[in-house]
Write a protein that binds this ligand. Structure first.
Ligand SMILES: Cc1cc2nc3c(=O)[nH]c(=O)nc-3n(C[C@H](O)[C@H](O)[C@H](O)COP(=O)(O)OP(=O)(O)OC[C@H]3O[C@@H](n4cnc5c(N)ncnc54)[C@H](O)[C@@H]3O)c2cc1C
Length: 257
């Protein structure tokens, strides 16, 4: 076993959460080690994929506040990586009565002064003639929302982290964390000490936390995401549709319950 290395922070899991965390720690001049169980890039975490929706329209004020901070940070990463990561495609949110999910979002968009528009079912059909909606559907257009290039964002964070002196060890699984003033992290290859640990292991987190007596109520669920249709189309076609700004993302609430 090689010599013990001391870090300011060890981040466990190089998905989008861990990679972004490591990047911000490195920006703050923290000696940071990012550990990932699989070889990078990999397809087995939640963060893998061509695109992700990002938006302002949440019903919860704290999410809106987070998005106020997050949106400008994507622009910073775009400048640093000289890559376009965000496309303002807008988001169409559609709901049947009682419209509570629409109303909640509209209230927050108004409170935060974010561009949005209410659409009748007729207006929705004019914009998206392929949809079949009955007259009781109403819609809200979040005009600030859009698409993030997920894989490029992930790579961007990791590259910028390394440029700032950050260290990534992939194919190195964390087996256990021994808490203390100095934390010890045991992996399949080594043991490291650090002043702090950030656990961003996604759905694997419970496995690491259980031996520490922490039981998070994590559960894997399979939501009925409408854009599963995207898997049936080639990315070239989807890119033309999604990034053309003619076709907004959409959330269709009857499917999400
Ligand atoms: C199909 C799909 C569509 C989605 N769409 C959207 C969307 O449109 N908009 C949106 O905002 N969100 C969306 N999400 C959610 C979003 O993608 C996730 O919230 C986000 O990717 C979670 O990132 P993460 O870093 O927490 O997890 P992950 O990407 O799963 O990363 C966890 C990492 O930890 C590593 N790890 C785990 N255990 C260990 C260990 N013991 N040692 C070392 N490494 C370990 C894993 O290998 C993995 O790389 C979607 C998710 C999915 C699956």
């Amino acid at each position: 076993m090689s010599a013990i290395v001391e870090y300011d922070c060890i981040v466990v899991g190089a998905g989008i959460e861990g990679s972004a965390t490591a990047y911000h720690l490195a920006k703050k001049k923290q000696r940071t080690l990012l550990l990932e169980q699989f070889g990078l890039p990999h397809t087995r975490g939640s963060s893998f994929g061509q695109s992700r929706l990002t938006r302002f329209s949440y019903r919860q004020k704290h999410y809106m506040q987070m998005m106020e901070e997050a949106f400008p940070l994507w622009s910073v990463l775009e400048k640093e990586t000289k890559t376009t990561l965000f496309r303002n495609t807008q988001l169409l949110i559609i709901q049947k009565p009682p419209y509570n999910l629409l109303e909640g979002r509209k209230k927050q968009l108004m409170a935060f002064g974010k561009l949005h528009r209410e659409l009748t079912h007729r207006e929705v059909l004019q914009r998206c003639p392929g949809m079949r909606l009955t007259e009781d559907f109403r819609a809200l257009l979040d005009e600030c929302a859009g698409t993030l290039k997920a894989n490029k964002a992930l790579k961007g964070f990791q590259d910028e982290f390394k440029k700032r002196g950050g260290i990534i060890h992939d194919e190195e699984k964390v087996l256990s964390i021994i808490p203390g003033k100095i934390v010890t992290v045991c992996t399949t290859k080594n043991r490291y000490t650090s002043k702090s640990v950030v656990l961003t292991a996604g759905p694997w987190s419970s496995k690491i936390l259980q031996p520490l007596g922490l039981s998070l109520p994590l559960e894997t669920k399979s939501p009925s995401w409408m854009y599963r249709i995207t898997y049936l189309l080639s990315w070239q076609i989807m890119e033309k549709i999604v990034f053309s700004r003619k076709f907004p993302h959409f959330l269709f609430f009857p499917l999400l319950n």
